[in-house]
Design a protein around this ligand. Structure first.
Ligand code: NAG
Ligand code: NAG
Ligand code: NAG
Length: 491
């Protein structure tokens, strides 16, 4: 299935102006999408015209020998290890960091913190790993002896293509999970279905297509509620043991920190399942993604095709693999936009989320690359792409009219009703975020009934991934975040 690549290659060759970075995307984009897509008619038009483009391309494919050779050039399998071996790509030696070889539990342990791993089964049979840092670095033996689970629980949820490692890989001085543990939180770190730590199921195997039949909707519906209930149950069991009182029910709620898709999941869960608003005492949303009308990510390029599911799945596969053709293709153009070395800009996470030279800590490269991308389903990306295609509306997955009728009892997917989110929500965004556009965050802020504030990171080029890996994430984001959290913390 080369039509899609051919389409992009041809559109790109025809319309791209390589001198302007914005031009690459907007040039392509304005030809796929009309400028004003504010009505159903226009987006239907756009869809029709993108279908026509495909049809044209199908006939072009046969004759376009040149494009085919470009395809084989850009679909060359990218070897993530190649940069380790190639001397000329690394100018300065990157210090050896053992964390590149270790999983989340081992990273936590090696830095001198207590580390636990728990497995939670969701209602639909996925087995998720939760990592836990129950106490801080200093005096944790006595902290544990005094009863585990006495601290306020905070649940920390990674975003698209990430894993629990995202919160620890920048080490004890800068990693948010460590900082939280050091000030006395009981830190629980989630892993969404399909990632490195959560790729098992009670009946399905990872290579079954069905295994990958989920988006963040299912994570919101099953994964997060299962994780929250599990955390509260474990903490209550522990505190009963400690107090010798079988009736103690000390832990009824927790704090939630999400990054990117970790925030989408929280918003979807709290709107679909409003009783969880009682179990979440505060949501702290880093790079919040709900409405998506102002997205700069190349994910936009997939948007016009996001309704032709069968075709997209055939093309990209059910599991979104780091070496898939679309990423390889986008990287080719993305690399021209970003003035960074190729091996960095070819990583799918940077292709989709952008790159910020000022905040990027190149010492972390081997560790980031060893853990990211950590796995996702293609359907997860498609769900976002559908939103982008449909004016940025925050809504359920679109299966097409017939299946929508069966599933939802209406021809179009329902909207997530964010008015249902009664839990306090703090929104923290960055001006150079390719996925969480400032205008979209502002809209969310206005719609949330209990928004406790929206704040912008005071650094112009701060971007989506800097919330995790940025050199100054601690001073620019985490310190303020932890101050805000204090107000919602149980004694
Ligand atoms: C709970 O019971 C154990 C053994 O019976 C005892 O050693 C411990 O001090 C008790 N803890 C509390 C908080 O009463
Ligand atoms: C909002 O919450 C109510 C229950 O309070 C629920 O019935 C409804 O489906 C929710 N709305 C959406 C759009 O999910
Ligand atoms: C959204 O939820 C709010 C509060 O639960 C409710 O009043 C409102 O009618 C809902 N809106 C829709 C469109 O369902």
């Amino acid at each position: 299935m080369k039509q899609f690549i051919v389409l992009l290659v041809i559109l790109a060759t025809l319309y791209v102006t390589p001198s302007s970075s914005e031009g690459i995307l907007t040039g392509l984009w304005s030809r796929i999408m009309p400028k004003d897509s504010s009505s159903e008619e226009t987006s239907a038009e756009a869809w029709k015209s993108s279908r026509e483009n495909i049809a044209t391309l199908e006939s072009l494919e046969a004759i376009s020998a040149e494009s085919v050779s470009q395809i084989s050039e850009i679909s060359k399998i990218w070897n993530p290890l190649s940069w380790f071996q190639s001397a000329e790509t690394t100018k300065e030696a990157v210090p050896f960091n053992m964390d590149a070889e270790l999983g989340t539990s081992e990273i936590i342990r090696r830095h001198g913190y207590p580390s636990e791993a728990h497995v939670v089964q969701t209602e639909d049979g996925y087995l998720l790993t939760l990592h836990r840092i129950p106490c801080g670095r200093s005096g944790w033996t006595s902290c544990l002896a005094q009863g585990r689970g006495r601290g306020q629980a905070v649940f920390v949820q990674h975003g698209l293509l990430g894993s629990s490692a995202d919160w620890v890989l920048s080490g004890p001085e800068n990693g948010l999970a460590f900082l939280l543990a050091d000030v006395g939180y009981d830190v629980w770190i989630g892993n969404t279905r399909g990632n490195t730590y959560s790729n098992r199921h009670t009946t399905m195997r990872k290579d079954d297509a069905k295994f990958w039949d989920f988006s963040w909707h299912e994570m919101a519906k099953y994964d997060i509620p299962a994780a929250i209930d599990y955390v509260l149950e474990v903490k209550n069991t522990e505190s009963r043991k400690y107090t010798n009182d079988s009736t103690t029910q000390r832990h009824n709620d927790l704090l939630y920190i999400g990054h990117s898709m970790g925030t989408t999941m929280a918003f979807a869960m709290l709107s679909m399942n409003p009783e969880y608003n009682k179990k979440v005492k505060g949501v702290f949303a880093l790079a919040p993604v709900a409405f998506m009308a102002h997205v700069k990510s190349p994910l936009r390029l997939i948007a016009p095709f996001s309704k032709d599911l069968e075709w997209v799945m055939k093309f990209m596969g059910n599991e979104f693999l780091p070496r898939n053709k679309i990423i390889t293709f986008l990287a080719k153009y993305g690399c021209e936009m970003n003035n960074v070395e190729r091996y960095i800009c070819e990583n799918s996470i940077f292709v989709l989320c952008g790159f910020d030279t000022a905040q990027y800590n190149s010492d972390l490269t081997p560790v980031i690359f060893a853990h990211t991308p950590a796995g996702a389903s293609t359907k997860t990306l498609i769900h976002y792409a559908q939103e982008i295609h449909e004016r940025g509306d925050f809504k359920y997955f679109d299966y097409g009219r017939t299946e929508n009728e069966q599933r939802y009892g209406q021809p179009t997917p329902p909207l997530y009703n964010v008015t249902n989110i009664s839990a306090p929500v703090a929104l923290i965004y960055a001006s150079n975020d390719w996925l969480a556009g400032p205008q979209d965050v502002e809209l969310l802020h206005q719609k949330l009934p209990n928004s406790i504030g929206v704040s912008k990171v005071p650094f112009e080029s701060f971007n989506h991934l800097d919330f995790l890996y940025g050199k100054d994430a601690k001073t620019l984001v985490y310190i303020d975040l932890m101050k805000t959290m204090e107000k919602y913390r149980s004694p």
